[in-house]
Design a protein around this ligand. Structure first.
Ligand code: ADP
Ligand code: MG
Length: 258
């Protein structure tokens, strides 16, 4: 069963180019799908359509078998709540403790602080942080620990699907390694489906499938475990960063792809 099924999705802004152009992709339940593609291809726009932040021009996005494209109001919010969205592992607020950073939504909604503290402690343990981390401040944490805390905050919403948008961009290799291991570890410990947008070829060791977005379409889907043996010309070129091949560097500008 597919947790998410994207069918013939089309999206453009105003009269611009088609950012999604008859795009179809199946994301299997309980697996991790990585989406790769050049900058500006529309990977983030694709994720935002899946969670309902950007309305597609046409096509369907089935989440648990229900097309979310026509949903409005409460039904749209219910879909949104299934997702945890991790954008470059958003920064922590330096003036707040780990407890306050992770529990911020519940605390602002007036949930009993003792109950919040219990849930925060649970999530910190899930991301392998020691108990005493809860009362520390971001300045007392290593880069990798901050990433763990950021993920714990996402887990507070009990997401069924976690979307990571370029979680290692700008990080040093060791912190990137921590993030990759965390993504894989969450997949093992929780009944979730994950989608990771990444340019980091190290990610292939931690995911199940890799889909390549090019000019608005998913042009290849391959098993991550054997990706370096793949003869698919798009994948072959992209993961090696070759200039020769079916992928052209420039993305058509808004004028010549009406
Ligand atoms: N809200 C928006 N309004 C208009 N254009 C947008 C909007 N969001 C993204 N775009 C355009 O869509 C294209 C794809 O963007 P994006 O999905 O961010 O690419 P990436 O693959 O790097 O994540 C870019 O040309 C970007 O300028
Ligand atoms: Mg992006």
């Amino acid at each position: 069963m597919d947790k998410i099924k994207i069918i013939n999705l089309k999206k453009r802004f105003d009269e611009g180019r088609w950012i999604s152009d008859e795009l179809s992709l199946d994301i299997p339940t309980g697996k991790t799908m990585c989406i790769i593609g050049q900058s500006g291809e529309g990977k983030s726009v694709l994720l935002k359509q899946v969670i309902g932040l950007i309305q597609p021009s046409s096509g369907s996005i089935l989440v648990d078998g229900i097309d979310i494209v026509p949903l409005k109001g409460v039904a749209r919010e219910e879909n949104f709540k299934k997702f945890g969205y991790v954008f470059q592992f958003a920064a922590l607020l330096d003036s707040l403790s780990v407890f306050e950073n992770v529990g911020i939504v519940d605390l602002e909604n007036g949930v009993d602080p003792e109950a919040v503290r219990k849930r925060v402690a649970e999530k910190l343990s899930l991301v392998n942080l020691k108990e005493d981390t809860i009362d520390k401040y971001p300045s007392e944490l290593s880069g990798g620990m901050k990433k763990r805390v950021g993920l714990a905050r996402t887990l507070m919403g009990n997401p069924e699907i976690i979307l990571y948008d370029e979680p290692t961009t700008g990080l040093d290799p060791i912190t990137s390694g921590v993030v990759h291991e965390l993504i894989a570890d969450m997949q093992k410990k929780l009944p979730i489906t994950s989608v990771v947008i990444s340019h980091d070829v190290e990610i292939f060791k931690y995911v199940d499938k890799v889909a390549l977005l090019y000019h608005g379409k998913i042009v290849s889907v391959t098993d991550a475990a054997t990706i370096w043996e793949s003869k698919d010309p798009f994948i072959y070129q992209f993961i090696r960063g070759l200039t020769e091949g079916p992928i052209h560097q420039e993305i058509p500008d808004d004028k010549n792809k009406m």
